[in-house]
Design a protein around this ligand. Structure first.
Ligand code: ATP
Ligand code: MG
Length: 870
């Protein structure tokens, strides 16, 4: 059965059990400070479990793109080495939000596996939670009793907290679970070792395929558990592992999910899969990682130096490194796999098709730059090896190479071992640990539990219509970190404060407490479904009704910049073409930043056209049209571009200014004329095929023009207020050029005069025309003069001393015939005399120079010169 069909059957099965089928949510998370990537199918639904969002569909099923490369779920180091863990994988799941529980979850899982997919019952084992004393949790008798109806008792295995109590992170929803394991070994092997003894023992052919989680608790900050308001089911089945089982393969990489990629890697790199363990691992790593990176880029996460972008960069670099070391790839090639990937998965995940070109370009550029790093690192490592006495290379040096130049440590170790050397790994680990604890100390954030004052799940956002409100605090908690000290996070029953999101900064403002005192709100952010206000302190009486107000001026400037961003987007598509797509934006009160796909630097004319386009729309006084809570389809009909990254169940908001229609949750001006004026301040490249424009609007443009104007007046003032300042500057420049030329001529004349003077001073000694003299000339002129004198005088032995900026110079010229006949050598002369000016030098036998730091030695050197010919 093809993987496409396997996926479809899963969804069809749960649709038949009255589940709503929804598309995968993004893999890259935007509004979650606790998590960078979706690491399990339940992540997009976490608010439902926490009771922070009203449930619309009580039963849902989907396939979710997951990434397990950081935090609690990190499989990165396993990937490639084993055959059943991936970085990016699809998790098939069915959900009950306060609807069915253990009985149905178990019955349907069994029915799907054994009746629809027809997996042999004798291959299956299940686990149930054995209980845990430290958490005061009992054995999951209920799950055991349901399983017993379908499967032999001796195929039901007890599992401990590590395997059978599912937790999303250190805090949050959790509960006991039941896993389903499949034994796909040969009959012969099964006869030798019982499958039961291999469950949860990391055997590559006895693997967990499905986990049914019975969510009933919330883990609090102090580690204790509290009952959730309702019971839920959350299941996750690894799609690639299911394909392995159903396609009778022994490895996920032998299923049709991976074989097209592997064939392509074999062809490009001229290696064969299945012949050599190291090559096989490298091929698996690359086939896996290109998926993770491509999906992340499609979700809007470009590789970068911080946060989620850095994680993506590291995954890609791991793939590059494996290729470089084991497949001997010294040129970019991973980008070539994107075509195969998008052909294969584009049907189900259209974002891959839509963003194919960008993904390809970004990966290629990353490959190029990391391969350069590797080249540079190899040279540096060579230097370290040369300077190493003995066979062991310092761990400190290797750490430097790793930390400063990004050169991978395993590559260092490998190269050393090839040369019969070793690395002081202990020293390296110590350095690494030191660095880690430095950054850990800086990043520790302690988050207390929420203090719930009012259990109202929906916090209404009223900030599109008003900037002030009377509100109630519904919950608050204290957060402390080294960096920011103590802060309080407050949630209100409703709020006019816009939380950071969609590229726009969070609102600032204040809470009015008694006697006209205020508490400042320094930032507003969204966490899952909650709008959180950050305050330095807590109102004394938290149950009081409080007046809160948003900082009007900052909000207005931000709105100007946000609306201008939309017009800029429209302008770029108009001026540059339809290939322009938004790749990121940052809207602040001071300025705006817009990243977009385009392949060349914008010309001055294009920038001008873009500015003019936006300013024309500002001049046309276009009123805002806003559509709230409309379905995605309606927004598309209005002309909004379909964006990836919307979560199921979200209705959208569309913002229209004339022809510009965008899906946007941000705050905007009522009329484009409010923006007053738009000015681009910079244009640059931020990645392959991605450019960035920074711009300002309204008050900031006034300041910009004011500052420019002031500079202009200051220049005019210095120029003594000419009628035409531009002409005055050009005149000055021209005058300067003329003067420079005159000086040059004068200096040449001076040298000429000097020449005739000097010829008079030449002394004949032993048939040699000798002259040693200190001159006030610079080195270039000395050279010209020396050769001129050489032409004019036969048998010349000349030494000239000069001085500049506290340094001393000696020049020696000897006629060529003297060099041969008398075995004289200018190089030797300056080397000897150079000592007297505390320096050294060299050159040819007929012409050489020396420099030194002791001008006082020049006189002495000139005196000594004579002795070379005596
Ligand atoms: P394992 O012990 O094999 O790592 P897990 O306990 O981490 O699995 P869960 O968190 O329960 O797995 O995830 C649910 C399902 O997702 C698993 O049963 C498995 O089929 C699949 N899965 C988990 N991690 C990966 C991964 N890294 N790559 C592919 N599939 C995975
Ligand atoms: Mg795991």
């Amino acid at each position: 059965m093809k993987s496409q069909q396997i996926r479809k059957q899963f969804l069809d099965f749960f649709a038949s059990k009255k589940h709503t089928i929804v598309p995968s949510s993004p893999m890259v998370l935007k509004n979650d400070p606790t998590l960078m990537f979706t690491n399990a199918g339940m992540v997009p639904f976490k608010e439902y479990f926490l009771g922070q969002k009203t449930v619309v569909d009580k039963r849902i099923a989907d396939t979710q793109k997951c990434l397990r490369v950081s935090g609690k779920h990190n499989d990165l180091e396993e990937v490639g080495k084993d055959t059943y863990h991936h970085t990016m994988f699809e998790m098939l799941g069915n959900w009950s939000f306060g609807d069915y529980f253990k009985k149905e979850a178990i019955a349907w899982a069994w029915e799907l596996l054994t009746e629809v997919y027809k997996i042999d019952k004798d291959c299956l084992y299940v686990t149930v939670f054995e209980g845990a004393e430290d958490d005061n949790l009992a054995y999951d008798q209920e799950a055991f009793d349901f399983w017993k109806q379908y499967i032999d008792e001796d195929r039901i295995i007890n599992g401990n907290k590590k395997d059978n109590f599912w937790e999303m992170g250190s805090q949050g929803p959790c509960g006991p679970c039941s896993e389903i394991h499949v034994d796909i070994r040969s009959a012969e092997e099964k006869a030798k070792v019982a499958g039961k003894s291999l469950v949860n023992q990391d055997h590559p052919q006895v693997v967990e395929i499905w986990n049914l989680v019975f969510m009933e608790f919330n883990r609090k900050a102090d580690g204790s558990l509290e009952k959730l308001p309702a019971q839920h089911v959350d299941t996750g089945m690894g799609f690639e592992r299911l394909c392995m089982v159903l396609q009778n393969k022994q490895s996920n990489y032998d299923t049709d999910v991976f074989t097209p990629l592997i064939r392509e890697i074999e062809t490009i790199t001229d290696n064969e899969y299945g012949t050599n363990e190291k090559i096989d691992i490298a091929i698996r790593v690359i086939a896996d990682h290109v998926r993770a990176v491509a999906f992340a880029i499609a979700d809007g996460q470009l590789p970068s130096n911080t946060g989620a972008g850095y994680v993506i960069r590291r995954i890609l670099r791991r793939a590059i490194r494996y290729g470089f070391t084991f497949l001997n790839t010294k040129e970019p090639f991973i980008y070539k796999l994107v075509t195969t990937l998008s052909k294969q998965m584009g049907e189900n995940f259209s974002e891959l098709k839509a963003q194919k070109q960008l993904i390809t370009n970004v990966i290629k550029e990353e490959e190029n730059s990391f391969l350069r790093t590797l080249d540079q690192g190899l040279v540096l490592l060579d230097g370290i090896i040369k300077n190493t006495h003995g066979k062991e290379v310092s761990g400190k040096k290797a750490f430097e190479l790793f930390d400063t130049y990004g050169f991978p440590i395993d590559l260092t170790a490998l190269i050393l071992s090839e040369k019969g050397m070793t690395l002081n790994e202990e020293e390296f680990s110590t350095e690494l640990e030191k660095q880690k604890s430095r950054s850990r100390a800086a990043a520790v954030v302690e988050t207390d539990d929420w203090v719930i004052l009012d259990d109202d799940p929906e916090e209404e956002f009223i900030g599109y219509d008003t900037l002030e409100a009377k509100v109630k605090i519904t919950r608050y908690r204290k957060v402390s970190s080294k960096k920011e000290g103590n802060l309080y996070q407050l949630v209100f029953n409703m709020t006019p404060f816009y939380p950071e999101g969609g590229g726009q900064v969070g609102d600032k403002g204040y809470i009015e407490v008694s006697n006209g005192n205020v508490i400042y709100i320094v930032d507003t952010k969204k966490e899952n479904n909650l709008i959180i206000h950050f305050a330095k302190s807590l109102p004394k009486d938290t149950s009081q009704i409080l007046k809160v107000a948003v900082d009007e001026k900052q909000r207005f400037r931000t709105a100007c910049n946000h609306s201008a961003t939309h017009l800029l987007h429209q302008a770029l598509r108009e001026v540059l073409g339809e290939h322009v797509e938004q790749k990121g934006s940052a809207v602040h009160s001071k300025n705006l930043r817009f990243d977009f796909s385009h392949f060349a630097k914008l010309t001055v004319d294009e920038l001008r056209d873009v500015e003019d386009f936006v300013n024309a729309r500002i001049d046309s006084k276009i009123p805002l049209k806003e559509f709230r809570n409309i379905p995605m389809e309606t927004a598309k009909e209005k002309g909004a571009m379909a964006l990836f990254g919307e979560k199921y169940g979200d209705t959208v908001r569309a913002i229209q200014f004339g022809q510009s229609v965008e899906l946007c949750g941000g705050t905007h001006v009522q009329n484009t004329s409010d923006i007053w004026h738009f000015k681009i301040t910079s244009e640059s490249a931020i990645a392959a095929g991605v450019r960035r424009i920074e711009a300002i609007t309204s008050d900031a443009t006034k300041d910009f023009y004011f500052e420019n104007n002031r500079a202009f007046f200051e220049i005019k003032d210095i120029l003594k207020n000419p009628k035409n300042p531009l002409k005055a500057i050009l005149d000055l420049q021209e005058e300067n050029t003329v003067l420079k030329k005159q000086i040059e001529t004068l200096l040449k004349d001076k040298a000429k005069n000097l020449k005739s003077d000097l010829i008079q001073e030449v002394k004949p000694i032993n048939g040699i025309n000798f002259l040693a003299k200190k001159l006030d000339l610079d080195q270039n002129n000395v050279k010209d003069l020396a050769f001129d004198l050489g032409n004019a005088t036969d048998n010349l032995f000349l030494v000239v001393g000069t001085e500049k900026d506290g340094k001393a110079f000696l020049t020696c010229f000897i006629s060529k015939n003297l060099v041969e006949e008398k075995q004289l050598n200018a190089g030797l002369v300056v080397r000897e005399l150079g000592k007297l000016i505390q320096g050294g030098g060299g050159g040819q036998p007929f012409y050489a120079t020396a420099g030194g730091k002791n001008p006082a030695g020049i006189e002495n050197a000139l005196k000594e010169a004579e002795k070379f010919i005596l």
